[in-house]
Design a protein around this ligand. Structure first.
Ligand code: NAI
Ligand code: MG
Length: 494
């Protein structure tokens, strides 16, 4: 079905109970399903297919067969097909936005449409890179023509999370496909439908088996995908804990893994910053509109003493003015937390922060609408006065909870920012160029921005250091390093 379907419940019903294998929507081999519920109302969205090892076998077999022919399609033609997918998905932006809003609770206007908008951008970026899959000639010996060739790995397994599933999937599948691999994706149990719809649409353009998708639980469906003997590469985005499990399973087969894991991204605010701009950056950086469910959320805000109180007051006023509500309502700024598990986790961290002596400045207001009563809404919290040892400052919360921490000297702020197991993103807010560049050099993070806080951008290397991950995404090098192998060929001409 390729009509544009703006009713997300109808679209979910159409996708219910299905995987996408060998170019078709098919039920799980065992016929098992699990419920996907709206995090805003608790109502059933639809039942999703619960995949297991038998489904993994079917999907990988299809991908392995398709890969032989796919690798023979000229690289620029593969890119062109991925570009055609981008155009089709762009035409379906609004329906994808509505479906992702329904299943994840992300606000339509501020979050879901933004994600659906950048999805095609990631595919377009890689679509143009087919002819960049180049090797080298090497001056090894005048009597020998020596060259390297970039070849696809084969079948790539991709495991994705629920927070920005469409965008994060695009960053994996686009380079994998353009490089000549075929793909099996395991979607997150909280958000199986919008990504499945993407498969169905792309299936009208790509050959059967090039791109397959399974839904299901991590241990039952994700783990057998990683362990499958015909999967030659795993690319994963999710928690540190699961990333380690995936990495160990992959190590048993000695296959490469790319891991994009959590974060506890610091924001360093200097006395000389432009305060209005910095507060707007704090709102964007903390992803309050997404209930803070972002691996790059600015969840540690180090603010210099001279501007600290004004910063906290202005930030609180701005978050207070944001409206929590029905994710599908155009006037809603902030939607819900994705699931009961995440909701409990966030509430537990708020209790920990209060027990640690922090002041929990609660912002905004609970939605008034009675139908949203069962929804996973939490008032965003700006903590002040927490000790550096608090778990609220040290651990990834993945919710609308940030901590503002007062500092005096720049050196003190850098040391505190780097005192973390994570190293994904960081920002510095100052008018002084020397401070900005010094900080950019000294901060342990994969992505440092000065006086702004953009999300991942195609063409800019993205990924963390320390426990935040292994390997970068979103660039040409990412495609070459993570989705191809290099073969050396020597022709003896003597
Ligand atoms: P998770 O890491 O458990 O889930 C991510 C994906 O891994 C899902 O598709 C899941 O089904 C799959 N998975 C789970 N167990 C697996 C296993 N044994 N083998 C193979 N695949 C498996 O993350 P979860 O439970 O959704 O969230 C927990 C925490 O992780 C969050 O509170 C947050 O702190 C962090 N997180 C970070 C994300 C990021 O963007 N870096 C995204 C989502 C969560
Ligand atoms: Mg988990």
């Amino acid at each position: 079905m390729t009509d544009i379907v703006l009713d997300p419940a109808a679209l979910a019903a159409h996708l219910a109970g299905k995987h996408f294998i060998d170019g078709k929507l098919v039920p799980a081999a065992a016929g098992a399903t699990f419920d996907v519920r709206s995090p805003a109302t608790g109502a059933l969205v639809a039942k999703a297919a619960a995949g297991d090892a038998a489904d993994v076998d079917r999907a990988v077999a299809s991908a392995a067969t398709a890969q032989i022919a796919w690798a023979k399609v000229p690289a620029r033609q593969r890119g062109k097909l991925v570009g055609d997918c981008a155009r089709l998905l762009d035409a379906h932006k609004e329906e994808l936005s509505r479906l992702i809003a329904l299943e994840t609770g992300k606000a339509l206007r501020t979050e879901s449409r933004v994600e659906a908008g950048v999805l095609a951008d990631a595919l377009h970026f890689y679509a143009g890179l087919g002819s960049e899959l180049k090797g080298e000639t090497v001056p090894f010996n005048p009597d020998m023509l020596t060259m390297t060739i970039r070849e696809p790995i084969g079948v790539v397994g991709a495991i994705i999370p629920w927070n920005v599933p469409m965008m994060l999937m695009a960053l994996k599948i686009a380079p994998a496909l353009v490089a000549g691999n075929t793909v099996v994706v395991k979607s997150a149990e909280e958000a199986p439908f919008a990504v499945l719809r993407i498969c169905e649409l792309m299936g009208t353009i790509l050959p059967p088996g090039a791109f397959n998708m399974l839904s299901g639980m991590g241990p039952e469906c994700g783990a057998p995908l990683v362990s499958h003997p015909k999967v030659g590469k795993i690319t994963f985005t999710g928690s540190v804990e699961t990333g380690k499990i995936v990495s160990k399973l992959a190590a048993d087969k000695l296959i490469p893994v790319t891991l994009e894991l959590g974060g506890k991204s610091p924001m360093i605010v200097m006395d000389d910053c432009d305060l209005d701009r910095t507060v707007a950056g704090a709102i964007a950086g903390m992803r309050f509109t997404r209930m803070g469910q972002s691996c790059t959320a600015s969840s540690r805000m180090y603010v210099q003493a001279g501007v600290h109180d004004r910063f906290v007051a202005a930030l609180k006023a701005k978050v207070d003015a944001m409206k929590m509500g029905d994710p599908l309502d155009e006037t809603t700024d902030i939607g819900t937390i994705v699931s009961q598990g995440q909701f409990e986790k966030v509430k537990n961290y708020i209790a920990i922060g209060i027990a640690d002596g922090g002041t929990a400045n609660e912002c905004s207001a609970m939605p008034a609408d009675a139908k949203l009563k069962p929804g996973y809404y939490v008032r965003p919290v700006i903590f002040t006065g927490l000790p550096a040892s608090s778990r609220v400052i040290r651990e990834e919360i993945f919710g609308p909870v940030t901590a503002v921490i007062r500092f005096n000297t720049f050196d003190e702020a850098i040391a505190a920012a780097n005192d973390s197991e994570y190293g994904l993103a960081a920002t510095i807010w100052t008018k002084d160029l020397k401070t900005a560049l010094d900080g950019a050099r000294r901060l342990q993070a994969g992505f440092v921005q000065v006086n702004q806080n953009l999300v991942v951008q195609p063409g800019l290397s993205y990924g963390g250091v320390k426990s935040s991950g292994l390997g970068k995404e979103a660039t040409l090098e990412a495609m070459l390093e993570h989705f191809t192998t290099k073969k050396t060929v020597i022709v003896n001409l003597a």
